[in-house]
Ligand binder design. Structure first.
Ligand code: AMP
Ligand code: ZN
Length: 136
């Protein structure tokens, strides 16, 4: 897609710290410099986010996310990862080409990459609505 910064990165029109690519996916360092090891995994096919992504493309992104995550834990001294995605502006998405963030984590690193949520009104309402639809 012409105006998409991540499509430009895949094409090489914009430089990136490329870690890995295969036929379907591309993984590179996030330039936010907010935590060491922040990595993005994207599909080469332009899709906006999880909501419009076909299953095959999503599987490829998941495969590459697992590959990099395992490498971080097995070979780079990390103990785990947060894998984060924002799908939609309301969810905090700022680049509208699907991407999974990988945030490497160490035990007792004192860093929370998990959102602080405000507390809900109970699980029942959403549960009933979705369950009815899924049971049809
Ligand atoms: P999100 O807010 O989930 O859409 O995340 C977009 C991410 O893309 C942010 O973490 C940005 O730091 C990152 N980003 C934007 N432009 C670039 C770029 N040229 N190279 C690497 N990461 C980028
Ligand atoms: Zn794109």
């Amino acid at each position: 897609m012409d105006n998409c910064i991540f499509c430009k990165i895949i094409k090489g029109d914009i430089p990136s710290y490329k870690l890995y690519e295969d036929e379907y996916t591309y993984a590179f360092m996030d330039i936010a410099n907010d935590i060491d090891g922040h990595i993005l995994v994207i599909p080469k096919k332009h899709v906006t986010n999880v909501l419009d992504c076909d299953n095959a493309t999503l599987h490829h992104v998941a495969d590459t996310t697992k590959l990099i995550s395992n490498l971080l834990v097995e070979k780079c001294g990390y103990d785990g990862v947060n894998v984060l995605n924002a799908s939609g502006e309301c969810a905090g998405q700022t680049v509208f080409h699907l991407h999974f963030h990988i945030i490497p984590k160490k035990n007792n690193d004192g860093i929370s990459a998990w959102p602080k949520l405000p507390g809900g009104t109970g699980v029942e309402a959403t549960y009933k609505k979705l369950k009815e639809m899924l049971d049809k």
